[in-house]
Design a binder for this molecule. Structure first.
Ligand SMILES: Cc1ncc(COP(=O)(O)O)c(C=O)c1O
Length: 478
């Protein structure tokens, strides 16, 4: 038998006691876990050096908007973990629904026919809360998978319509749609694709409506349609508000203009609401908040608040009818083993019930206004150039010079520095775009907790600015 290596430490028995703050492991156990993480686990988006040298926190407990790591350190979950834990951590209702469903039935193969009660109930519920007319539902296991399904849906639709040349997709520069092959091709952030390009052919990235820096209007879409020809374009795909790309909120008239252009040229309009869905921005879906109805809506994350993996694609009845008209033998020939998993659907139903019962969409709107107001006060800090967002989705953009909006040199990794400082101070945020720090707390957050979150972020920014100060003044000759 092979000898155990140092890193193959024994499985650490976790017996969290009643009080969340007493969940700490012994220092030896905590160290062993960190070592095992560095030795074995790949965290896709973590620079290898950071994991190997500093390590990542290992969480053992979550309650509401707070998390505790193996050392008993408490954090504010300022990113709802990965933009997804809408209802907060530790909700017993989900626990009960999942346990109940598992007792009844392990699995049902929806893909090939037989399905389960919560799967059907969830499809009906989603159709009910979806923007008007989006009555058809595809279930997947996450955002990337949903975008894969969406790509195939668009292609299949135009073929069924007798317009097979409509294969191109237009998406936004710096948009994020996932990292599976098709979804990654739609993604407009070179960092994610440079290692593996070329991606799917026929994807055109268009300038985004980033009003703090660039004034790109919806006419950019019109220009591309004129150049490429509407008969080659299947769909326009974008997040209503870019998340990973830096929380870019378009002007109010941008989406209605995009909708008009898509309709006039017979191009499907797809909203990727993986982050913005299920109340995040103060309406059930952000597209509704902008006054538009997409032909296809892709979402994930908040549909289960991250308790179990689920993605959804909601689409218009017309698209379904087009398939139906091709004949009774038509099938979509796409899906996954775990499509409509009963336990996952039971978790989603319980989660949506909480969102409705506790009026979390309204809370996102009310507390969101407060969050945006409190963040605006950070303009008093020397390196804050912009604060923006909608509902409980927000970002702070860091600049070297407020007047000129000059950016910090990339090698200073300014946002990464603030992110690390915030983490040290017990706040989880995310670098989104080169110079932005994103906030996206659980929708249950209170005013007092927003104050705590914003003041911790302010402290982290101030500390980084102070450290920069000497060097910065010398470099600029002040
Ligand atoms: C807008 C958007 N689309 C798609 C995805 C991919 O989702 P997943 O990571 O669940 O595959 C994400 C993930 O953050 C996202 O923000």
């Amino acid at each position: 038998m092979a000898r155990q290596t140092k890193t193959q430490a024994k499985v650490v028995p976790l017996r969290p006691r009643k009080k969340p703050s007493s969940v700490a492991l012994t220092p030896r156990q905590a160290k062993a876990l960190r070592k095992q993480d560095a030795a074995h686990l790949v965290h896709g988006f973590v620079p290898l050096g950071l994991q190997q040298n500093k390590g990542v926190p290992v969480f053992v407990k979550g309650q509401g908007i707070y998390l505790w790591d193996t050392e008993g350190k408490k954090y504010i979950d300022g990113l709802a973990s990965l933009w997804n834990v809408h209802i907060g951590h530790g909700r017993k209702e989900i626990n009960r629904a999942v346990a109940e469903q598992m007792k009844q039935l392990a699995f049902a193969p929806t893909l090939i026919g037989p399905t389960s009660v919560p799967t059907v109930q969830l499809a009906a519920k989603l159709a009910k809360i979806a923007p008007k007319g989006l009555s058809r539902v595809i279930l997947t296991s996450g955002g990337s998978e949903s975008n894969e399904s969406m790509i195939r849906l668009v292609r299949a639709y135009w073929k069924a319509k007798g317009q097979p040349k409509k294969t191109q997709f237009i998406t936004l520069e710096q948009g994020y749609h996932g990292t599976s092959s098709g979804a990654a091709s739609l993604t407009g952030i070179p960092l994610f694709n440079a290692q593996v390009d070329p991606g799917l052919p026929g994807v055109i990235h268009m300038p985004r409506p980033y009003s703090y820096r660039e004034n790109n209007g919806a006419e950019e879409l019109e220009k591309i349609v004129q150049r490429e020809g509407a008969d080659t374009i299947g769909a326009f795909v974008a997040e209503p508000i870019q998340g990973v790309g830096g929380v870019i909120v378009p002007p109010d008239d941008w989406w209605p203009k995009i909708r008009e252009i898509c309709s006039r040229h017979n191009i499907l309009m797809v909203c990727d609401e993986v982050i913005t869905g299920f109340g995040r921005t103060g309406s059930m879906f952000a597209s509704t908040g902008f006054g538009v109805v997409p032909d296809i809506l892709v979402s994930a994350k908040g549909v289960t608040s991250g308790y179990l993996p689920l993605g959804v694609v909601l689409f218009k009845e017309d698209i379904f009818q087009t398939f139906l008209e091709t004949g009774d033998d038509y099938a979509f020939w796409h899906g996954y083993t775990y499509t409509g998993h009963p336990t996952v659907c039971a978790a989603a139903l319980a989660n949506l019930e909480i969102i409705e019962k506790e009026k979390l969409v309204q809370n996102a709107r009310t507390q969101g206004r407060y969050l945006q107001k409190q963040l605006a006060a950070l303009h008093a800090l020397p390196i804050v150039g912009d604060t923006r967002g909608k509902g409980l989705l927000a970002a702070v953009e860091l600049v070297r010079d407020k007047a000129t909006k000059e950016m910090f040199p990339a090698d200073l990794r300014i946002a990464q520095q603030v992110w690390e400082k915030a983490l040290d101070n017990g706040l989880i945020t995310r670098v989104a775009g080169a110079n932005n720090i994103a906030l996206c707390p659980p929708l249950i957050i209170t005013k007092k907790q927003i104050d705590e979150m914003v003041s911790t972020l302010g402290r982290a920014i101030r500390e980084v600015a102070e450290e920069l100060d000497g060097e910065w003044q010398r470099a600029s000759g002040k």
